[in-house]
Each structure stands twice: as structure tokens, then as C-alpha cells.
Ligand binder design. Structure first.
Ligand code: NAD
Length: 425
């Protein structure tokens, strides 16, 4: 057996695209995927790198690097968010685009997978600079996006306002108001009721289904949530409302811990007012590494990639991990968690509530007819519950983990469409 040194292991674990490929390879083997189809799915079908010049408020001109990657359009137009962060890299965007392909297939919505990102630090940019960045990036990727081509959405550090600028820029260029070019828009511009809550609520549904599946109590579990943004903050709120005890929650600076449970509505008000969790009363302030190893039944990593690795997987106390973030657990950590009997509801299932409601938004935009919030939540819940059952059945069929079970389900569905369409080779 080849021995891998610590540095190489760290490099492997911190490259999300290699991590995606490892899981793809394992699932492809289990379902005996045709090697040619495997080669198609192992790399994105389209990658665009753009230079984005922006006039800064001080009069200087800066040039940012942006990406839009389409991993697969076999099942429908590419679909996936746009991330603004100093940590964005082409391999990260590639991985995120592939995860979108698998995620859309797991919940069976008719989209392929895409993702975008710009290397920038939005915390150090004004609203005006962010608007000019978004508009010029949109203009630069205009040729490959469109309601039937590639439909962007928000991701880390982008939101409704970013989507409004993107939609406006696209509509100016095409000379037609095109609301279906993006999802996650403000409701006044054609956004869907419930999109804001969708990912966090979907995560809470998957926690509920996981506990039910394992025969664990449906209330009163100790829950730890990493991240308090759109996904983590809302997942924590819904789990609190379901009667669980959220004993830990973090932002990028640190984490709050109280064994008796945190008052999540108050934590969210504090965060909104102060901009960070630090200083919240009646809680210990700990770091993100300590947060992940707190005593709890359920852990929801909902911040960023590569948080649970070979370095800390053995120290995790949770019995159930429900992945709100994309790619929070490395393949090496998967093996450790599996051996310890930890139930992991994988990202491509657990955080798919967002893309499910994005699909509803796209449908509503194309119909020009809008649904009520309860209908959005009810339809999303049904899809999440059914998809959970599909993944559990697939894991059982192939005698594998829930993650690889989810990959098997997804790859099978993408492969089916590729075969129906035929390969234009
Ligand atoms: P967000 O920007 O709203 O929140 C991110 C949270 O993570 C914040 O609390 C931030 O402080 C924290 N954070 C950021 N970097 C961190 C780090 N290095 N260490 C610890 N904490 C850190 O983003 P979001 O929309 O909540 O997305 C979170 C994750 O969920 C991402 O992986 C994203 O791709 C994924 N996701 C989001 C959606 C969605 O609808 N927003 C859908 C599916 C998946």
C-alpha cells in the first residue's frame, strides 16, 4: 500500500475537486459506470475565466479574476451559485459545479451543474464597487448564461442584491426583462416566496428524517451548527423551533457555546446588530475547532469546505452529521466517521432545499404565475423526504455510506439522460 505523507494528505484533503473525483470514482465503480461516461463526468464540460476590471471608489482601477464553470448540462441548463471570496479558486469552482450536477440529480430537478466565483474580499469593498464588479462579471460571462443555458444563484457573500444587479445587467444587454436568468432574486423582481429560508429549512427536514431513520428522539437533541449565515443561521432557527437544543453556533471569527441551549432568535438579533457573535451574553466564546468537537447528537457544518478532515474526524462526538455546507467533510474523514458508525447525510442531499426552491422560482418566472409560501414549503418538503428515502435505499442496495449512495443515485440519473441524448462524439 502506498504511504501518503502528512503534507500530501493535507493537499489532497484541501483540494475540493480531487475530493469530488474520489467520491465519483467510488460510486462509478459500484454502479459499474461505462468508463467513457466516467471520463465525461470526471471533468467539467465548460470553463470560463474572466478578467473583471473595476473602478474603485478611490479612483484606482483593479482587475479581479472570475470564473464560471459548467460541469454538466446533460439533465438541463447548468445551475449554481456565484461566490465572492478571497479563497475562490478554479478547482473550488469546478468541485462546486460538479456537486450541483449531483445535487440537482439527487432531488430530480431538471438542471445540470454550474458554479461561479470571483476572487475578491467583499468585506473590504463598498456597495458601489460590488455593484460594478457584479455588472462587469455578468457582461463577461453573458455568452454562456441564459434561462435555457446556465442560471446563476447566490452563494457565500452574494445575495438578493447581487442577483438583482446580475438580472438587470443581463436584461439590459438582451433588451428584455429576463427574470428567469437568476434565482434567489428579491421577491419584488420575481423571486420566490420561501427561497431565503429554503436551504436552512431543507437541512432541518433532513435532520428530522435522519433522526427518524435512526430511531433517535425527534426533539431535545443537542445540536451544534457551524456557520450562522443563510444556511447555518436559518437551520439553527428551524431546529430550535422543532424543539432541539442548539448548544453551539459559530461565525468565521469564533463560536458560542452553552450546554443548556442558546436562545437562537436572540443570537440572530445580536448578530444582525453587532455583525459578529462575540460578546453574546450567557455563552462561552470558543473557536471553530473546539465547536466541531463539542458533545452533541447532531452536528450541522454550514460554513465552508474541508472542515471535518482526517485531523479531527476521530474527535467528533456527534452521532449524526447533516451537511449544510458544500464539501465540509473530506473523503479521508468519511472513512473515519463510517468506521465509528456516524450517520452522515451528505451535502448533495442535505442542502438541496435551496436548489429545489430555485427550480420552483425558475418555473414561476417562466409561467409568470407565483405560488404562496406554504405551497413552496410543502412541495420542497415532499421532495426532500422522497430524496432522503432514495439515498437511504441506494446506500442499502450498494452496501455503502449515505454519501456514496447519494452519488450512485445522482450518477445513475445523469448517465440515464446522457444515454438517452446519445454522445455527440
Ligand atoms: P453565508 O455567507 O451566508 O454564511 C457563511 C457562514 O460561514 C458565516 O456565518 C461565516 O461567518 C461563516 N464562515 C465563512 N468562512 C468561514 C471559515 N473559514 N470558518 C468558519 N466559518 C466561516 O453563506 P451561506 O449561503 O450560508 O453558505 C454556507 C455554505 O452552504 C457554503 O458551503 C455554500 O456553498 C452552501 N450552500 C448554500 C446554499 C444557499 O442557498 N445559500 C445552498 C446550498 C449550499
Amino acid at each position: 500500500m502506498a504511504v501518503i505523507n502528512t503534507k500530501d494528505l493535507q493537499r489532497l484533503e484541501s483540494n475540493p475537486f480531487l475530493q469530488m473525483q474520489k467520491r465519483l470514482e467510488k460510486a462509478a465503480e459500484l454502479i459499474q459506470l461505462d468508463p467513457g461516461i466516467y471520463r465525461i463526468l470526471a471533468t467539467p464540460c465548460h470553463e470560463l475565466t474572466v478578467s473583471v476590471p473595476v473602478k474603485m471608489d478611490d479612483g484606482s482601477l483593479r482587475v479581479f479574476t472570475g470564473y464560471r464553470v459548467q460541469h454538466s448540462i446533460a439533465r438541463g441548463p447548468a445551475k449554481g451559485g456565484i461566490r465572492y471570496s478571497p479563497e475562490v479558486s478554479l478547482d473550488e469552482v469546478r468541485a462546486l459545479s460538479a456537486w450541483m450536477t449531483w445535487k440537482c440529480a439527487v432531488v430530480n430537478v431538471p438542471f445540470g451543474g454550474g458554479k461561479g466565483g470571483i476572487i475578491c474580499d467583499p468585506r473590504r469593498m463598498s456597495q458601489g464597487e460590488l455593484e460594478r464588479l457584479t455588472r462587469r462579471y455578468t457582461a463577461n460571462i453573458l455568452d454562456i448564461i441564459g434561462p435555457e443555458r446556465d442560471v446563476p444563484a447566490p452563494d457565500m457573500n452574494t445575495g438578493e442584491q447581487t442577483m438583482a444587479w446580475l438580472m438587470d445587467t443581463y436584461s439590459m444587454h438582451t433588451r428584455a426583462m429576463t427574470s428567469s436568468i437568476v434565482t434567489g432574486k428579491p421577491i419584488g423582481l420575481g423571486g420566490s416566496q420561501g427561497r431565503h429560508e429554503a436551504t436552512g429549512l431543507g437541512v432541518a427536514f433532513i435532520v428530522r428524517e435522519s433522526l427518524r431513520h435512526l430511531g433517535m428522539p425527534s426533539t431535545g437533541c443537542r445540536v451544534v451548527v457551524q456557520g450562522s449565515g443563510n444556511v447555518g443561521g436559518l437551520a439553527a432557527l428551524f431546529l430550535h423551533e422543532m424543539g432541539h437544543k442548539v448548544v453551539g453556533i459559530s461565525d468565521m471569527y469564533g463560536a458560542l457555546h452553552n450546554d443548556n441551549g442558546l436562545d437562537i432568535p436572540l443570537v440572530r438579533t445580536w448578530l444582525k446588530e453587532k455583525g459578529r457573535l462575540e460578546g453574546f451574553p450567557n455563552a462561552d466564546y470558543i473557536d471553530n475547532a473546539q465547536l466541531l468537537t463539542l458533545e452533541c447528537e447532531v452536528l450541522v457544518p454550514a460554513a465552508t469546505e474541508n472542515q471535518i478532515t482526517s485531523a479531527n474526524a476521530a474527535d467528533i462526538h456527534a452521532k449524526v452529521i447533516v451537511e449544510g455546507a458544500n464539501g465540509p467533510t473530506s473523503a479521508e474523514a468519511d472513512a473515519i466517521l463510517e468506521a465509528r458508525g456516524v450517520f452522515v447525510a451528505p451535502d448533495i442531499l442535505a442542502n438541496a432545499g435551496g436548489v429545489t426552491v430555485s427550480y420552483f422560482e425558475w418555473v414561476q418566472n417562466r409561467m409568470g404565475y407565483f405560488w404562496e409560501e406554504q405551497m413552496v414549503f410543502d412541495r420542497m418538503e415532499r421532495i426532500m423526504v422522497d430524496s432522503f428515502a432514495d439515498v437511504v435505499a441506494s446506500a442499502k442496495k450498494y452496501a455503502t455510506s449515505q454519501r456514496i449512495g447519494a452519488y450512485c443515485t445522482a450518477i445513475d440519473r445523469v448517465n440515464y439522460c446522457l444515454n438517452l441524448r446519445g454522445i455527440y462524439a
